[in-house]
Design a binder for this molecule. Structure first.
Ligand SMILES: [Fe+2]
Ligand SMILES: [Fe+2]
Length: 310
């Protein structure tokens, strides 16, 4: 159970010594050399989808367990999972686009002779391949053009142009880890479409090094943070990190099962299974962000509303 606190942040007294930046980066570069995949070479894009198989683990579909879900046929449940996967994928591309620009801005002042800068460039390369892979998946899904609403896209535009420091790393971490949780469950589930499982596997392997890099960098960026800067980073983190979850499912997806978008979203938000899924998605990363002192104060209300803390 997570509760807001006003205790001194980790910035004042880091518990773990920061590992040498070059040591971490060299290890991650070796991992990239060992495990980097070409989605065109390792995935079978031509195989047709299996009409019977869902596109997500059924328990993670937002209307799972509702009275409406019980009335849906198997084919309708598969269709809803297809549309929710499309929406989640579109939100993932949006996050990767934000991340790439933020990363390039972060990189601009690094010395490219260092392993640290070379790994940061490698990460941008990973993300461009991922966005192409996800774009091809969306093309194959033949679903409508789902995505985050225009005002949120505009907040993203501002964030990717101006973001930096702890809140930038925290948004990366929460965004990457919530997708990671969904994708690990997907890749391990034999009921799910094989192509979706394989895409998830490629992404999970390559993202694990991004997460390790961001965990080290966020600790570094917290050092010596002033009170006012901490307050600002808490707010930016709450807005950015919860947006990734709030807008993962475009309400327009519910049209595929005959619901109006608002009606479907309300049903999902009232669904205890979906609330449990939201909490589960953040369970791996939110305690770490909280331990850094970034989930406290007035902005904690946003985390609670998103279902990431109780
Ligand atoms: Fe990615
Ligand atoms: Fe990533």
């Amino acid at each position: 159970m997570t509760t807001p606190n006003t205790a001194a942040p980790r910035a004042d007294a880091p518990r773990r010594p920061l590992r040498d930046r070059e040591t971490v980066a060299r290890r991650l570069l070796r991992s990239a050399a060992r495990a980097t995949y070409d989605p065109d070479a390792v995935l079978d894009w031509d195989a047709p989808f299996d009409r019977e198989k869902p596109f997500l683990p059924p328990e993670r579909v937002s209307l799972y367990g509702t009275p409406l879900w019980e009335r849906l046929t198997h084919a309708q449940r598969v269709t809803l999972s297809r549309h929710e996967l499309a929406s989640i994928t579109a939100a993932g591309i949006w996050l990767e686009m934000c991340l790439m620009q933020l990363f390039l801005r972060f990189l601009y002042d690094l010395d490219v002779r260092t392993a640290n800068a070379q790994f940061a460039l490698t990460e941008v390369g990973d993300e461009t391949r991922h966005s192409v892979m996800f774009g091809k998946l969306l093309e194959k899904l033949e679903t409508p053009d789902y995505g985050v609403p225009a005002p949120v896209r505009n907040i993203g535009r501002l964030f990717k142009a101006l973001g930096s420091g702890p809140s930038m790393w925290a948004v990366f971490l929460v965004g990457e880890e919530i997708f990671d949780r969904m994708q690990r469950a997907t890749m391990d589930d034999p009921r799910v479409q094989p192509l979706v499982r394989e895409i998830s596997r490629v992404h999970v392997v390559e993202e694990s090094r991004h997460v390790r890099y961001a965990r080290a960098e966020i600790e570094r960026s917290m050092a010596g943070l002033s009170r006012s800067a901490l307050t600002r980073h808490r707010l930016v983190t709450a807005v950015g990190a919860t947006a990734a979850l709030e807008f993962m499912i475009d309400p327009a997806v519910y049209r595929c099962v005959g619901l109006e978008p608002d009606e479907g979203r309300e049903m999902a938000l009232a669904n205890p299974h979906h609330r449990a899924t939201r909490y589960w998605l953040g369970q791996k990363i939110v305690p770490f962000i909280e331990e850094l002192g970034l989930v406290s104060g007035p902005a904690a209300v946003l985390w609670r509303r998103a279902g990431l803390i109780h």
